[in-house]
Design a protein around this ligand. Structure first.
Ligand SMILES: Nc1ncnc2c1ncn2[C@@H]1O[C@H](COP(=O)(O)OP(=O)(O)O)[C@@H](O)[C@H]1O
Ligand SMILES: [Mg+2]
Length: 311
């Protein structure tokens, strides 16, 4: 084993010194773990920035993600891997019937599928007017948040005004009661990746990238291939790896590529829109701030919601 000189995945100062953008790191992270999970069904059970380092590879001419600590992995069976790909695809594309079905396959009461999807994404799946590709960077407005809590209470939680936390919690407990064990690790991994992309400033639409890998996972077939590996002590061992094969006609292949191009295009449009909104917001806040400090009556804008958000 060689010592890898890099920095922790969320060390923004060191990344900047190395000239690596948080966006590239987030992209690498989500691509790497989507490949492992959706395409190969292999789940690293201890994902945190200490086990994920980043360096600039002169050989590749681009940043590289170094995954350390391979002490604990879970290998998913093929059915679970494909069900998980179906689950996320239906979340990202907001396909409610599919989502309900695959929520049930993971042992969650399908009647709670909207609440379950909300847990995973913090988006309001009770609001059927929300359509299109899901983007985790989109912040809910106060009005939307209020509506979400109201929808949740109306549909799932006790209407009794005297209901307490325990009553509400029992709803959640019932929902998760029959959950498949593999899902616990998958949800934990998902939370860890969300936390790391958040530390990196949420520069990408994580869900969109995951959807791309889900689509691929559902198209490719896996063929087990036996390989010889040399262990530390010099001994050799046979291991079985999945090789991905696309058993499709030319027309089907072209259709798949076309779907992926459309998805990537939608993601690029979303990225540009997100960037423009951020710039506009910053510019608006800055101009309001300049106006405020140059005003003879400081405090004129105290009740301005834009300035309140800036604090
Ligand atoms: N090959 C390596 N190159 C650079 N740093 C490493 C390497 N292996 C381990 N480390 C450092 O040592 C720390 C602990 O190693 P790790 O394999 O994660 O063991 P543990 O089980 O204690 O978490 C890592 O977080 C990392 O900072
Ligand atoms: Mg470690």
């Amino acid at each position: 084993m060689t010592f890898i000189k890099g920095c922790k995945l969320d060390d923004l100062a060191r990344l900047s010194e190395m000239g690596i953008s948080p966006r590239d790191v987030a992209q690498l992270l989500v691509e790497c773990f989507s490949t492992q999970t959706f395409l190969y069904g292999i789940v690293h059970a201890d994902l945190h920035p200490g086990n994920l380092h980043v360096r600039y590879s002169d050989e590749l001419g681009k940043p590289q993600l170094i995954v350390l600590d391979h002490g604990c992995y879970k290998v998913l069976d093929n059915e679970t891997r494909l069900d998980y790909a179906h689950l996320w695809k239906s979340i990202v594309f907001r396909e409610h019937d599919q989502l309900k079905h695959y929520t049930g396959k993971f042992g969650i009461d399908p009647n709670f599928y909207q609440l379950f999807a909300l847990f995973l994404t913090f988006s309001n799946f009770l609001d059927s007017s929300q359509t299109g590709l899901l983007d985790q960077r989109r912040q809910m407005s106060k009005t939307e948040l209020k509506k979400m809590w109201k929808d949740l209470k109306d549909k799932f939680f006790s209407k009794n005004p005297n209901a307490n936390v325990v009553d509400h919690f029992s709803v959640i407990e019932n929902m998760f009661q029959g959950m498949k064990l593999d899902l616990i690790l998958l949800l934990r991994t998902n939370i860890q990746i969300r936390s790391m992309t958040t530390s990196l400033g949420k520069p990408i639409n994580r869900f969109g990238i995951m959807a791309e890998y889900c689509i691929k996972a559902l198209e490719y077939e896996t063929v087990p291939v036996t390989k010889q590996v040399v262990l530390k002590d010099g001994d050799t061992k046979e291991i079985v790896l999945n090789q991905l094969v696309l058993n499709r006609t030319l027309k089907q292949r072209l259709t798949l590529q076309w779907h992926l191009i459309q998805l990537r295009f939608s993601l690029s449009v979303m990225n540009v829109a997100f960037w423009a909104v951020q710039k506009l917001l910053r510019w608006t806040l800055l101009s309001r701030f300049i106006e405020f400090v140059s005003s003879p009556q400081h405090g004129k804008y105290t009740d301005d919601p834009l300035l309140r958000n800036a604090e």
